[in-house]
Design a protein around this ligand. Structure first.
Ligand code: DX5
Ligand code: ZN
Length: 222
């Protein structure tokens, strides 16, 4: 299975976002974390900055909305040009209606789960989404360590997707690095977000390539 690498610009230099987007031009997506200081205890960027990022990014944008009331705010990110818009299951009042709206606007629809949120309630709704994001840290900050306890959930999600015959992607986000990416890939993830690992590396393109190779070697093994 091809591994898709989505570096998170949360670890970029916020005074040089265009430069740091250009640094990841060999990646598959640029992962943009939108935080509202309510759903998570951190605040990043909102729509005006996001719109400009979408205009200048060399790669498609994968928006990760860690916000309350995504039913109200998420569609604007699709309209702003996000290739994929992921909202949190814990925050959405009507996740299926929202996913349908995002798709109607031309974006892929992603459903994110905090580490303690079970995937089971959503397994009958897989046809409504393009991606499940299994958070591998508590959302809110970069640089945290990967929670191995999320691996069984990744595995169950992958099994359900395989059984369904649908092409739903499984993304992992948080603590993904050379030392954890193989475990996530082996469990069934195919989209890998990495912030500190990529932007903290000596060579950003070198790190993207290394992560991709490790994930693909592992994914091919099963
Ligand atoms: C955390 C964000 C992540 C973050 C990951 O809530 O959703 O995208 O940037 O950072 P690392 O890869 O450093 O754990
Ligand atoms: Zn994220």
């Amino acid at each position: 299975m091809a591994a898709l690498i989505a570096p998170s610009i949360l670890s970029a230099d916020f005074a040089n976002l265009e430069r740091d987007l250009n640094a990841i031009s060999t990646a598959d997506y640029a992962h943009v974390d939108v935080m509202d200081n309510h759903f998570v205890p951190n605040l990043t960027i909102g729509l005006p900055v996001f719109e400009r990022l979408a205009q200048v990014s060399p790669v498609p944008i994968d928006a990760h909305l860690m916000i309350e009331d995504p039913d109200r705010w998420a569609p604007a990110y699709a309209e702003a040009g996000a290739a994929s818009v992921t909202f949190h299951a814990e925050a959405a009042a009507a996740p299926v209606r929202l996913a349908r709206e995002l798709r109607r606007l031309g974006a892929r629809a992603g459903l994110a789960l905090r580490p303690a949120t079970p995937v089971e309630p959503f397994l009958d709704l897989l046809a409504e989404v393009d991606m499940i994001l299994v958070m591998t840290v508590e959302p809110g900050f970069g640089g945290q360590s990967f929670i191995d306890g999320t691996l069984p959930k990744i595995r169950r999600a992958r099994e359900a997707v395989s059984e369904s015959g649908l092409d739903v992607w499984i993304q992992v986000d948080g603590g993904v690095s050379r030392s954890t990416i193989e475990r996530a890939a082996d469990a069934g993830a195919n989209v890998f977000v990495a912030g500190s690992a990529v932007y903290g590396a000596e060579s950003v393109p070198g790190e993207i390539q290394a992560l991709r190779e490790l994930a693909e070697a592992s994914a091919h093994a099963h």
